[in-house]
Design a protein. Structure first.
Length: 457
């Protein structure tokens, strides 16, 4: 049964084939660019190029920003040079910077050559900032007013200059030199009397970020101050651009994706799973798998030191998977919770002792729960089987006590390792769940057999 999207795609294809520009315009008018872009990305590149040649430059620029990267690249190669230049010049500065940053250097330089001198300078200035910095994301399209204007003058200025601005949720107040004095929500202008001076609306409570700040820091500031946009200021406190909430939503999604991939024991893919080259994906996954595999080999080494003890009580080998997996699971839980709390700013590194105390208590309680279950399981099972003879109570005590120690140790390691990595300047997500589990597997065996040495032998 054809879907709405497939019907729309077929209708667009027919209109393009018939070169019906008026029909295309009418068909696209009710659609938002973000909704229509995924459908248009599925069109043959020749049809997509014909569509972009026939629609308005405003619609082309708005839709282009939402196309998939490969579709953008192919489209620009299909358009004539003047058409490609017109499209690139019409793009918002932040969207254009993101697109150019994804291109190979040689191709990005060619695209820069298509821009007007004014737009080229803007693009070069933004690309000069470090990768993943606020400067790469900011737009220069904002509205600024003076404190000595009246509300009427400010509204007149907004009507004249606000049409093509990125957002009008916030209006910025600057002095003659461009120093940022305040940010004011536009609704305050709408509700104030016309003769009210802008200065009377100011409260001095505003937040700003630096173009060299990491985008993760900007995300924290957005969450803290609940702004639709944040001003970007230079070292002299002069406003040079803004970063909007829609860009921050993209950052939040990218950062969450990166952290989840790292937590899964892989390098961040940096590209969508469905489009990344197979060899590149294997390379990113193989490196961590090799490290984890080498780490797991230490498990065999640890077991070799307790070979004699294991031979005397072979029944202990039945519970090796149980006890070490419990420690790894507890460590993975703790690592995931701490990494997420750290990312949300719920605590600082100097609070590490609070985290340790909390995990000591949690690990002990979780260990007692699992240890009790393990103890009871062996005692109850020994009533119906002689596998644990001659001393089922000792076996049960060994497994129960070992579980308490291993789960406690796993919780501590899982919680402290992210903090240690953060202190050393590494990404805490690098202490992925498989990595923590591998470390706990090795140390868990040592704990298990040490407990067995004292109780069983």
């Amino acid at each position: 049964m054809p879907t709405l999207a497939s019907n729309f795609k077929a209708e667009i294809s027919t209109l393009i084939a018939n070169k019906d520009s008026a029909g295309l315009k009418a068909k696209l008018a009710p659609w938002l660019p973000s909704d229509v872009a995924p459908i248009l990305s599925e069109l043959p590149i020749e049809q997509l190029a014909m569509l972009f040649r026939g629609c308005t430059k405003e619609l082309a620029a708005a839709t282009f920003s939402y196309l998939e990267h490969n579709a953008k690249h192919k489209l620009l190669k299909t358009l004539t040079q003047p058409q490609a230049a017109a499209l690139l010049n019409e793009l918002p500065a932040d969207d254009r910077t993101t697109f150019l940053n994804e291109l190979p250097l040689e191709l990005a330089m060619q695209m820069l050559g298509l821009l007007t001198p004014e737009e080229r300078k803007v693009a070069q200035d933004l690309l000069a900032y470090p990768e993943h910095s606020v400067g790469r994301m900011m737009t220069l399209d904002y509205v600024a007013v003076r404190p000595d204007w009246t509300v009427r003058e400010a509204l007149d200025y907004i009507r004249t200059h606000g049409y093509d601005r990125e957002t009008l949720n916030m209006v910025y107040v600057t002095d003659e030199s461009g120093h940022l004095l305040d940010d004011i929500r536009v609704r305050r202008f709408l509700l104030a009397e016309f003769d009210t001076p802008v200065r009377a609306l100011m409260d001095g409570n505003f937040a700003s970020i630096s173009p060299n700040d990491d985008r993760e820091k900007a995300l924290v500031v957005f969450r803290k101050y609940d702004r639709a946009a944040l001003p970007v200021v230079d070292t002299d406190s002069k406003i040079i651009g803004i970063v909007t909430a829609d860009d921050m939503l993209d950052v939040a999604a990218e950062e969450a994706t990166e952290d989840i991939q790292k937590l899964g024991g892989s390098e961040a893919l940096d590209e969508p799973y469905t489009t990344i080259a197979l060899t590149k994906m294997v390379k990113k996954r193989a490196s961590w798998l090799v490290v984890l595999f080498l780490g797991e080999m230490l498990t065999a080494t640890a077991m070799s030191y307790f070979e004699d003890e294991l031979a005397k009580a072979i029944v202990l080998s039945l519970f090796i998977p149980l006890v070490i997996s419990s420690g790894g699971n507890a460590g993975s839980q703790a690592a995931t919770l701490v990494i997420r709390a750290l990312a949300l700013g719920e605590f600082r590194l100097r609070d590490w002792w609070k985290i340790m105390r909390r995990e000591l208590a949690a690990g002990l309680m979780l260990g007692l729960i699992l240890g009790t279950i393990g103890f009871l399981r062996i005692i109850i099972w020994s009533r119906f089987s002689h596998i644990y003879d001659p001393s089922p109570f000792r076996v049960a005590t060994t497994v129960g006590a070992a579980l308490v120690g291993i789960v406690l140790w796993g919780s501590l390691m899982g919680s402290m390792l992210p903090l240690l990595l953060k202190k050393l300047g590494f990404d805490p997500a690098t202490s992925s769940a498989p990595f923590v589990a591998t470390l706990v597997d090795v140390t868990g065996l040592i704990i298990y057999f040490t407990v067995a040495l004292f109780i069983m032998l």
